[in-house]
Every structure is written in structure tokens, then in C-alpha cells.
Design a protein around this ligand. Structure first.
Ligand SMILES: [Zn+2]
Length: 157
């Protein structure tokens, strides 16, 4: 019933990386935005690593790979990528904004551990709750965010 996210295999990863690259090209062209190499480098870095990140971590990834991208450019690029649906933003308690790849759209929620680690899960019962709310209140759910704050139990040995 409850499933943990399973990481993509490598062949699928390469496919995904070229697919999102194409999507960014289309998005930039349609919006009349410039096709700068930085924008593609940032996008590729995000999908190569997968998972959640904040701006500092993304800067570190880029620095490791020998790319210098200013913080201002990074924020600007992230904004564009969010608009393009290629990056999703989360605001967890007591932390910087966290981001993650937004394509393909995967409905999931988050468990934030006290050490900063973020786990993902998907539970169809949450979808059922939304259905029930829609019927009960005569509303249409547009979006939801569920953040569970937790810590690991000490392991019994
Ligand atoms: Zn996530």
C-alpha cells in the first residue's frame, strides 16, 4: 500500500536527462528566453544527482564539476526551471527552500528527519482523502503538501 520511492536505473536516467534537456529547449524558445549553457548545465546537474537539494548543495555540485555559476544566476535559473515544470520547490520547517526534479510529475509526500534527511513516500490513501474532501466540501483540490517531521528510533540490538 505504502511505497518508498525507487531510484531510476541508469539507462532510464540517460533517457530522462536528454528528455528534460529537450523540454528546456522548447520552454526557452517559446518564452523567448536565452539558451545559455549555464541553464543546461544546472538542469543536467539536478537530474544527474536526482533527489532533494538546496541552493548551497547545488552550488557545491557545480563547483565540484568545475562550473562557476553565480548565486544570482542560480536563483534565476531555478525560477525558470520551476516555470518550465522541471523543478519543484518545497518549504520545509526551519530550513532553506528545498528543490527536486519535477519531471515526470510523481505524486508523493515527504518525511523530514531531524538530521535534515528527507524521505519520500506515496500512499494512495492520501488520494482517497482528497476525493472525500472534494465531495464533502464541494471543492476541487488543486494542490497539497504533506510534511511529516520525524526522527529515527534508536536501533535495538
Ligand atoms: Zn520529493
Amino acid at each position: 500500500m505504502l511505497s518508498r520511492k525507487v531510484h531510476q536505473n541508469e539507462a532510464r536516467m540517460d533517457e530522462l536527462r536528454s528528455e528534460v534537456c529537450k523540454r528546456l529547449e522548447d520552454f526557452l524558445e517559446k518564452g523567448g528566453h536565452r539558451r545559455t549553457p549555464e541553464r543546461f548545465a544546472v538542469l543536467d546537474m539536478i537530474y544527474a544527482h536526482g533527489g532533494h537539494f538546496d541552493i548551497d548543495r547545488l552550488m557545491a555540485w557545480l563547483a565540484e564539476s568545475g562550473r562557476k555559476v553565480s548565486r544570482a544566476t542560480l536563483y534565476n535559473t531555478i525560477e525558470l526551471l520551476m516555470e518550465a515544470g522541471l523543478v519543484r520547490k518545497h518549504q520545509f520547517e526551519e530550513g532553506n527552500s528545498q528543490f527536486e526534479p519535477g519531471y515526470p510529475a510523481r505524486q508523493h509526500d515527504h518525511i523530514i528527519l531531524d538530521n535534515g534527511e528527507v524521505l519520500e513516500f506515496c500512499d494512495p490513501r492520501i488520494h482517497q482523502i482528497k476525493r472525500t474532501l472534494e465531495e464533502h466540501f464541494g471543492i476541487e483540490v488543486l494542490h497539497h503538501a504533506l510534511h511529516i517531521y520525524a526522527r529515527r528510533k534508536p536501533s535495538k540490538k
